[in-house]
Design a protein around this ligand. Structure first.
Ligand code: ZN
Length: 223
């Protein structure tokens, strides 16, 4: 049988690292790709590099500085504050079209590398309403990419319908909860592991972890 090769869109955060472990279990060969779009914290890229190296995964960092030029946002600009969205507005960390571009570039790399599978940690459940994280968009882009490159891509979104607590559960089931808890970077302030504890990303991550650990305790207690 043909070797099943996958490209994982990998930022070094909780979600994409969970996806990386998921892919390592599912596919014969895995390549990770990280996009450098001038994130405030170069640490994010360093963190991704360190994880890929430790897991012995082929890793590429692609320069996407263009994105910052096009769409200034709180993730790349010191002078824009990280703020949650209010009244249905998107948060200041939103980067217009980011996910679409990342997946498209990942697709180009996948075809060059002979990989059919693309794995991304996007999710409709916990997210702040980013339109290019929605399932319907991913399905549409999948079709578009297949037509654009005349190739049978399959985009996988293992986290699409689960919340942060269930993402921790998935990490635990993969046997990687502690690894992901201690070595990934989700925090907007660039603090690895449990993070600064204050920023919106830390809140979401910690609330999910607490909920998961609590339900695990309750399960134990009833069994
Ligand atoms: Zn934080």
């Amino acid at each position: 049988m043909e070797k099943q090769k996958a490209i994982v869109v990998f930022s070094g955060g909780q979600d994409s690292t969970t996806c990386l472990f998921w892919a390592l279990q599912k596919f014969d060969e895995v390549i990770a790709v990280t996009f450098d779009y001038g994130q405030r914290h170069k640490k994010e890229i360093e963190c991704a590099k360190a994880i890929a190296k430790e897991l012995d995964v082929e890793h590429h960092v692609l320069d996407m500085g263009l994105l910052n030029q096009l769409a200034p946002n709180a993730l790349t600009r010191e002078d824009i504050k990280v703020e949650a969205g209010h009244n249905g507005e998107l948060p200041s960390t939103f980067v217009e079209g980011r996910n679409m571009l990342f997946l498209t570039f990942a697709g180009v790399m996948a075809k060059v590398k002979g990989a059919k599978h693309i794995v991304t940690g996007v999710c409709e459940t916990d997210f702040s309403g980013y339109p290019d994280c929605r399932d319907i968009f991913i399905k549409s882009l999948n079709v578009t990419m297949n037509l654009a490159m005349d190739y049978g891509f399959v985009i996988h979104t293992p986290l699409m319908w689960i919340d942060k607590a269930a993402t921790w559960q998935m990490a635990d089931e993969l046997g990687k909860l502690d690894y992901i808890r201690n070595k990934t970077l989700t925090c907007y302030e660039g603090v690895i592991g449990d993070g600064c504890g204050v920023c919106p990303a830390c809140h979401l991550r910690r609330r999910g972890l607490e909920r998961y650990l609590q339900s695990k305790e309750e399960c134990k207690a009833t069994n």
